[in-house]
Structures are given as structure tokens and as C-alpha cells.
Design a protein around this ligand. Structure first.
Ligand code: GUN
Length: 295
């Protein structure tokens, strides 16, 4: 058996196009474009790449992009002051503070300063709480993108057993909440879970977000299951070369799974597409407009 490959890249391109197509109607209703402010503190190379990609995608979707690049020595108070100022700025609909922040800064204190109405990452306690009690709110981009791929692949998820491997606030926990909302039976596992292979063997849907390269192997999987791999790990392959791999051992998983996201080209492109979608949704809500259909 060889698994169907879930093409997140193409799905994300379509979502980005639909977001871009909805921007002119917002602009003619409000007299301005939706605006996304991205804040980067320090020189982390991966974060710089992500922030550049987010800004470029925002402009390509016809939205306003504002970047604030601050030195690593920025104080927590100065960062919080900027985040509050962006909260007051009428031209800003979305605020994204790129994580991780330098160790001297308390991430939770900074996230708490983000206006929940502009929290396009869905990281504030207000939005996490709304998700937990099943209310409308802004939902973290990566898990929402995974849910979109799953629904596109499987349709109704009711009654499926989903095993989420990973319990971070950014991915694992919101992913589990979203799957519960879709009537899945959800197990949250993590790096300390005992008997993980036996748990994964029961799963109709596996979401891997544990941050360990190729940990989940094909012989753990239930035949025909759907595998969503959120991991992005760079490993050495000899000769001084490296490659990106997920948290799932792709080659062996392909032999057993019914469908699987590749790394790269699976979940990764969805994060930015959903960020644009969340920015558009936040802009509509702030302007008192109904959210665009089908996003
Ligand atoms: N760092 C890694 N992923 C993310 C993300 O989705 N949002 C933010 N703000 N920082 C990140």
C-alpha cells in the first residue's frame, strides 16, 4: 500500500488566492486595506525567514504589512508598549509577535498585551478560552490549517479517534480542542506518554507535533489511517548535507497510512495561508462586517 499524499502546498495556494479575492470588497466597504503588524525581536535566523515570508505573503494578498524589527536587547516594557500601541492603531487588524522571544522577555506577559480582537495567532488567554468552551474566536494558524486539510481529506470527522502527539499551547492543545469540536474522540499524548506505539495504533487520525525527527514509524500506524505531520526538523544525512524531515518516518508511514502530509510541502505552507485568513476575518469583525463566505 502507498499512502495518498496530502498536498498542503496547493491547498494553501488556493486559500491564499481566496483571501486575496476577498480583499477588494473589504477595501471598498471600509476605505482601507486589512493590515497585519509583525513584530520580530532579535536575530534568530529561522524567525527572520518566517517574518520575511509572512510580510511578502501579506502584500501578495493585497493587504497592508507593517514590520517592526527590534534589537535583541529590547526590554520587555518597550515591547509591551509597542504591542499596546499597535492595539490602539486603527489601521492594524492583526498583531503577530514572532516567537521565540529572547530569554530575558516573559512571552506570556507580551502575549497578554495583545488585543484579543487582533490576536491573529490565537495565542491570548481570551482566544484560547473561547476555543476551549466552543465559542467563536481567533484560532492558532497551524492547527486550524491541519483541521482544514483533514476535513478536505476525510469530510465529516465525527467519531474518529484522533491521537495528537504534542501538548504545546501553540499546536497540540488547540489541535485537540478543534478535533473535539468536530466530534472526534481525542487522545493527547506527548514525549512522556507510556506505550505510545500502542496508542498510535488505535488512531484513525494521527497529528504529530512532538518535535522529534522521524519518531513515529510506519509499524506503529493503523492501516489506512490519516497522518498529519507538523514536525519540521533538520537532520544531517552525511557528506555535510542536511534535509528537512517531520516527526513521522515518512517512508515507512507511506507503506501503512491511507493518507499523509509530506515534509516539506504539507502542513508548513498552511500556517501562512491561515494567518492571512485570520487577518481578513479579524479585519471584518473589527469593521462590523460579516466574515467572508467559505474561509
Ligand atoms: N514561532 C513559530 N511558529 C509561530 C507562530 O505560528 N506564530 C508566532 N507568533 N511565532 C511562531
Amino acid at each position: 500500500m502507498s499512502a495518498e499524499i496530502i498536498d498542503g502546498k496547493t491547498f494553501a495556494e488556493r486559500l491564499r488566492r481566496r483571501v486575496g479575492e476577498a480583499v477588494p470588497a473589504f477595501a471598498s466597504a471600509t476605505g482601507r486595506k486589512p493590515g497585519l503588524a509583525v513584530v520580530l525581536v532579535g536575530e534568530d535566523p529561522a524567525s527572520q525567514v518566517y517574518v520575511r515570508s509572512k510580510g511578502k505573503a501579506t502584500v501578495e494578498a493585497g493587504m497592508e504589512s507593517v514590520e517592526h524589527r527590534l534589537p535583541a536587547a529590547t526590554t520587555q516594557d518597550a515591547l509591551i508598549a509597542l504591542v499596546r500601541q499597535l492595539g490602539e492603531d486603527e489601521s492594524v487588524d492583526g498583531i503577530l509577535v514572532q516567537l521565540p522571544l529572547p530569554p530575558s522577555i516573559d512571552e506570556k506577559a507580551v502575549i497578554a498585551a495583545i488585543d484579543p480582537a487582533k490576536d491573529v495567532d490565537g495565542f491570548t488567554v481570551a482566544n484560547a478560552g473561547r476555543l476551549a468552551v466552543g465559542d467563536e474566536g481567533l484560532v492558532p494558524c497551524t492547527p486550524l490549517g491541519c483541521l482544514m486539510l483533514l476535513k478536505d481529506q476525510l469530510g465529516d470527522l465525527t467519531g474518529l479517534h484522533a491521537v495528537v502527539v504534542g501538548r504545546s499551547n501553540i499546536v497540540g492543545k488547540p489541535m485537540a480542542q478543534l478535533l473535539l469540536k468536530e466530534n472526534c474522540t481525542v487522545t493527547i499524548a506527548h514525549s512522556r506518554t507510556r506505550g505510545l506505539p500502542a496508542l498510535v495504533a488505535q488512531a484513525d487520525v494521527v497529528v504529530a507535533a512532538v518535535g522529534r525527527p522521524q519518531m513515529i514509524r510506519g509499524d506503529w500506524l493503523k492501516p489506512g489511517s490519516t497522518v498529519i505531520d507538523i514536525g519540521i526538523n533538520r537532520i544531517q544525512i552525511g557528506g555535510g548535507n542536511s534535509k528537512l524531515v517531520g516527526d513521522v518516518d515518512f517512508d515507512t508511514a507511506c507503506e501503512v497510512a491511507g493518507a499523509i502530509t509530506p515534509v516539506p510541502g504539507g502542513v508548513g505552507p498552511m500556517t501562512i495561508a491561515v494567518l492571512l485568513r485570520n487577518t481578513l476575518v479579524a479585519a471584518h469583525a473589527r469593521a462590523g462586517l460579516a466574515a467572508p463566505e467559505g474561509l
